[in-house]
Ligand binder design. Structure first.
Ligand SMILES: [Zn+2]
Length: 335
């Protein structure tokens, strides 16, 4: 699709304006079923109908409203693509903010407000883009299913989950979906901006450890203390340095980072390149190894009573294909 300078300017103007206007419609999701996306859903459907796109408002529970629209593609031999956003936002306590969280104000060159980055920004981009398609008569190659979900911030009970369960026919013939996260930009050393694409996800292994010992009074000698045992196990697991697991995608990514920053590329150690990633290092660093973080501890009920048992929970994450290695290592570390 080729656009003139005027059309590009219009696309930008609409994106900014829609993002601001959507922030001004609160659509807060308080969890446990409490939320209201009606007004914002009507706003979105209105913007679509202005350019002749018919949208269906699907109410899954009172005022939990999803917006669905289909745009025909030019190549019917290809499977369809879902483009989706969510309309709800998490609550915002105005006293934590220097600006009204629902103002959508522009300051220092940024739009401010709850939802400005999650995800009324992308909702606005989607809306402005499909409106431009309609204006210039552009047909995307694939059929498009455009959805603005309710209730994403509280597990999707009245949004994506509800639609998949109650309206499966909507998704028939659509094989891929694009939405927030999965890909985002990161600025690395030298002011290079990388646009990352997620190629896979790590798996989850939540493990519960329990230790048994001999109960007794806190004033006596006790060499079989369950709390001591669980603490030692948790400490070994939490401080273990996981070895790098090379994958095809992280090899490509870190080669690129080395090239761009002029740093050394050592296939056996990508960790030395993480320093170039700024605040993204914590997250991208986790794609290099399995990880296991102790997250919960439970033991005892009184200061002077040694309990008979103690337990801990470990949040383990493994790279694709490395699940048994994770479990075996944790089991060994637990002792
Ligand atoms: Zn989001």
């Amino acid at each position: 699709m080729k656009l003139t300078a005027d059309q590009i300017a219009q696309l930008e103007e609409e994106t900014v304006l829609f993002c601001q206007e959507m922030i001004q419609i609160p659509s807060v999701n308080y969890g446990e079923g409490k939320g209201d996306e009606r007004l914002i859903a009507e706003y979105v459907a209105g913007k679509l109908s202005e350019v002749g796109i018919v949208a269906e408002l699907i109410e899954s529970a009172p005022n939990r409203v999803n917006v669905v629209a289909k745009i025909a593609g030019s190549d019917i031999t290809r499977p369809g693509l879902v483009l989706h956003g969510h309309l709800d936002v998490v609550p915002a306590d105005a006293s934590d903010w220097s600006l009204d969280p629902f103002s959508g104000e522009i300051k220092d060159g940024f739009i401010w407000g709850r939802g400005a980055v999650d995800m009324k920004d992308m909702d606005a981009m989607l809306l402005a883009s499909v409106r431009m398609w309609q204006r210039v008569g552009y047909k995307p190659p694939r059929n498009i299913l455009l959805i603005f979900f309710a209730d994403e911030e509280a597990s999707g009970t009245y949004g994506s989950r509800w639609l998949v369960k109650n309206r499966p026919e909507l998704f028939k013939g659509f094989t891929e979906a694009i939405s927030e996260v999965g890909g985002f930009s990161v600025t690395i050393t030298g002011d290079h901006r990388l646009y990352l694409i997620e190629s896979a996800q790590k798996g989850i292994q939540w493990l519960k450890l329990s230790a048994k010992g001999t109960a007794g009074h806190g004033s006596f000698i006790n060499t079989d203390n369950a709390v001591t045992k669980i603490s030692n196990a948790v400490s070994r697991i939490g401080s273990y340095e996981w070895p790098q697991v090379p994958t095809k995608t992280n090899k490509l990514l870190f080669k690129k980072i080395a090239d761009l920053t002029g740093d050394t590329f050592d296939p056996a150690n990508f960790k030395n390149l993480l320093k170039h990633l700024g605040s993204a290092a914590k997250m991208i660093g986790a794609t290099l190894t399995n990880t296991a973080n102790p997250t919960m501890l439970e033991a005892g009920y009184k200061a002077n009573v040694i309990p008979q048992s103690a337990s801990a929970v470990v949040d383990g994450r493994f790279l694709p294909g490395h699940e048994s290695e994770l479990v075996e290592t944790i089991t060994k570390l637990a002792g």
